[in-house]
Structure formats: C-alpha cells, structure tokens
Design a protein around this ligand. Sequence first.
Ligand SMILES: C[S@@+](CC[C@H](N)C(=O)[O-])C[C@H]1O[C@@H](n2cnc3c(N)ncnc32)[C@H](O)[C@@H]1O
Length: 271
Amino acid sequence: MKVFEQEYFSGEELFDVLVEGDCIQIMDRLPNEIFDMVFIDPPYYLQLPASRKLRRWDVRTEVNGVGEEWDKFESFEEYDSFVVKVLERVQRLMKPNATLWVIGTYHNIHRWGKIMQDMGFWILNDVIWLKTNPMPNWLGVRFTNATETLIWAVKDKGSKKYTFNKEYARQFGKIYENVWRIPICSGEERLRDEKGNKVHPTQKPVELLKRVILTSTREGDLILDPMAGVGTTGFVAKMLNRRFFMVEKEKIYVEWTKIRFEKFFKNSLFV
Ligand SMILES: C[S@@+](CC[C@H](N)C(=O)[O-])C[C@H]1O[C@@H](n2cnc3c(N)ncnc32)[C@H](O)[C@@H]1O
C-alpha cells in the first residue's frame, strides 16, 4: 500500500493507495468515472453532548461510544450539506455501472437514503447487518440496537449492468436474503493500542466487507472508500485481489492502517 501526499491522481497511481486528507478535497482531484464500487462508512452524527458520558445500566462503568471530533456537526443542516458534497463527488467518480454502498445506524442512514434518492441514485436494496453480539442495552429504556443498515445503489435508474455475484450472495443467506448475521469486530481482529484500548470506535468486521466486496465487485476492480477509518475496506479488498483507493483525515488512523497492512500482509495466509 502506498500512502500519498500529492496533488493529482490518475492511472495506476490510483491503485492500492491511502491518502491522508479531507475526502472532499481529495475526490476533487480525481478523474471522472474511475471506480467500480464505492463503500462509505461515514460519521454517524450521534450528537453525544460532551458533558454527558454514556453509562451502563449498573451506572458504574462508562461506555466507549463515538465521541470523537470527526463525528461532530453543528446541526442536521450541516450534516446534510456534508452528505450532499460527498455524494456529488462520488456520483461523478463512479463508472456508469458502478454501485455504491452506504452503511449507517438509525441516527444517519435515513438522511443518506433520502438525499441519495433526491440526487438520482437508484436504490437496489437495503441490507440489514444483524449483530449477533450487540452492545448491551445500557439503560433498558428502549430496544437494544442490534442492527446497522447498508444501502446499496446505482448512480441512476438507467444503470442496469452492475455486478451482482449471486453465487456468493447465496452463501450469505437463503435465496440471497438481505439480512446478514455477523458479530461486531472483536478478538484478534480488533485493533488495540498498547493500553488495550480500541484504536477506532467503529472498526467494521472483515466478514462484513468480504460480503460487500464479493457480491458487488470482480477481481481487479477499483474500490473507493472516502472515509476509511483503519482501512478495513482496503484490507479486505487486498485479500480478495481487488484494488482500493482510500482517504482518511485523521493521521492516527492512517498510521494504524499502515501498521495493520504491514503486520498482516507480511506473514499473510492470503498473499
Ligand atoms: C465510521 S468511521 C469508518 C470506519 C471504517 N469503516 C473502519 O472499518 O475502520 C468514519 C471515518 O471517517 C473519517 N472522516 C470523517 N470525515 C472525513 C472527511 N471529511 N474526509 C476523510 N475522512 C473523514 C473519520 O476520521 C472516521 O475515521
């Protein structure tokens, strides 16, 4: 994997790259219609007030939620305007038959879906990620949140010849069903620092990305992840002989992605 700090990208420079920076600015430096698939795992805009820490039902222990700066926006208006900026660029960068995945929780996914439809994206499916080991229900005042939703779409209604590998989809559920039962990221897979703390609060499971990539791309395809976190999309893309272009604005996550790649692909079962 190359980590770039340059102005323009084209041709093979786009292959297996991680760029540290703001995805809006970086996407503006890319040529039209180059990606076969785009995966977006954006900030959720959880709106946790700084003063209020989440506590477990027993009120003794604090929950490790998403309180990071990158999840903060002033208002829904500001969040929506960010979504529009991202989607405008993504729509330009997708090949005519490319597909787009967006993952989110009830906090944000409906906003993404509405804006996508308003902008002409055509939704093919939503897929429910059913967490087999969800976070415990801290206060017991509402249902346990055991799902995230993935929206899968083409860039406009006319895009018909997109990739759908139904032979893989069949492995993930009866008659290609759109409910995927997968545990949240834990154990060996979860990146932790020297103190044992999670490196990234929302690191996605490899199995989830495997399903996304195997069902909607072919070997050699180029995948964009504009908000890459600790690089799960590129990591799985590389395992599966796809190419990736990732952007992440937080230096710490870029550094950890490098460590993750170096560690894994040196002694890897996959290469
Ligand atoms: C939900 S996390 C992605 C987690 C990732 N899928 C993983 O498995 O590690 C969203 C990420 O988007 C990054 N981000 C937020 N705004 C961004 C922007 N404008 N440009 C680039 N990255 C951004 C955050 O720093 C955060 O790491």
